[in-house]
Ligand binder design. Structure first.
Ligand SMILES: CNc1ncnc2c1ncn2[C@@H]1O[C@H](COP(=O)(O)O)[C@@H](O)[C@H]1O
Length: 351
């Protein structure tokens, strides 16, 4: 049975909210008690809505003309709840969010709010988070200032958080080289950066050109994770090029071809699984059809993550509820299996 989320969703509910409420209080307590790691969370995709609304008040007061319509439209969509026809619609949400995080003060506030939403709730959503973000130049700061502002705030969480630098598939090769170099220098300077990610529009960029640059992060002890085979249009060439960079984890890995899948299973490359994200972006037909089940039958390492809590309105507790709740709201896994997956998550962290 496929759940028709649109007909059952309340303003605050995603698939995970429904799964969470289908659990007994003992099961909810069990999920809360598990030590967990969040390793696939995009900073600008995880800003709590109330923080974004506060940033919008400042922004609209200080920018009487620039992008006001776009920001108001974007905020209205996020407030109402995002409904996506396909994954391409998702990337259209970010210009409004980016307008609101374009000064160092706004970035500081947003970073603190994101990390607090994972680490400072009671109980915390996770013990440890690897947050990722894309260096971004704005009229108010350089990409280096943006990235180190996030890093400065993150380091105040003292070992409970580390940063991954995201490379966007839409970047020029010159930018990819420059940002990979930035990541290496920050790592060598002893900052709390543990890896590099590849993300963004799944169909942009020539991955054959990106792969050797991405692979070079290993030279300084950084780890590599790549969004891979996220859509059916990602061909085998694209996927194999990314695998040639020897990634240490994979994001999504939804549409691996048999040849790619053989490599992933053979090398035991852990896969970051974002159930709500995949269901709402419609890259999987339903939770029951999600590729995580296939990976689990192969006892392949997977780590359960949130991806973008702002548009998807999910939490790490709810993602775990999707594992435990009985079908069709969840996958109906046994508690021992859910606990094992939480442990895999802690082990696959890059720290
Ligand atoms: C749904 N799955 C996804 N697939 C691919 N890229 C994604 C993504 N979710 C988020 N991003 C990437 O992360 C950026 C926002 O965070 P940062 O500005 O980096 O902090 C988006 O612009 C997109 O490039």
């Amino acid at each position: 049975m496929i759940v028709d989320y649109l007909s059952v969703l309340g303003a605050e509910d995603g698939p995970g909210g429904l799964a969470w409420r289908a659990l007994t209080s003992a099961q909810q307590a069990f999920i809360k008690s598990l030590p967990k790691a969040e390793v696939h969370a995009h900073m600008n995709g995880c800003i709590p809505l109330n923080c974004l609304q506060e940033l919008a008040i400042d922004y609209l007061a200080n920018n009487p003309t620039t992008l006001v319509d776009e920001v108001q439209r974007g905020l209205a969509v996020l407030e109402k709840g995002v409904v996506l026809t396909e994954i391409g619609d998702f990337f259209g949400l970010f210009p409004a969010i980016y307008a609101l995080t374009s000064t160092p003060a706004a970035v500081k506030k947003a970073t603190h709010a994101v990390l607090s939403s994972f680490l400072s709730t009671s109980p915390a959503q996770c013990e440890y988070i690897e947050l990722r973000t894309t260096p971004r130049k704005t009229p108010h700061m350089t990409a280096y200032e943006y990235f180190t502002t996030v890093l400065d705030v993150l380091e105040t969480f003292q070992g409970r958080a580390a940063l991954i630098l995201s490379i966007d598939r839409r970047m020029s090769i010159a930018d990819v080289k420059a940002y990979v170099q930035m990541a290496k220098e920050l790592k060598q300077a002893g900052r709390a950066i543990v890896g590099v990610d590849l993300c963004g529009d799944p169909l942009a960029g020539d991955m054959k050109q990106f792969a050797p640059i991405l692979a070079s992060v290993h030279d300084v002890g950084l780890k590599l994770t790549v969004h891979i085979a996220e859509t059916p249009q990602n061909g085998e060439e694209d996927t194999l090029a990314l695998l040639s960079a020897k990634p240490d984890r994979l994001g999504h890995a939804t549409f691996l071809t048999p040849a790619a899948q053989a490599i992933v299973l053979d090398r035991q490359i852990p896969v970051e699984i974002c159930l709500t994200s995949n269901v709402l972006c419609k890259t999987v037909d339903s939770l029951q059809d999600h590729h995580v089940s296939h990976l689990l039958t192969h006892k392949h390492p997977v780590v359960i993550c949130t991806d973008d809590t702002l548009p998807f309105r999910n939490s790490l507790f709810e993602e775990y509820a999707l594992l435990l709740a009985p079908p069709p709201l969840g996958l109906g896994l046994a508690e021992a299996e859910v606990e094992r997956l939480a442990q895999v998550g802690m082990r696959t962290a890059f720290r």
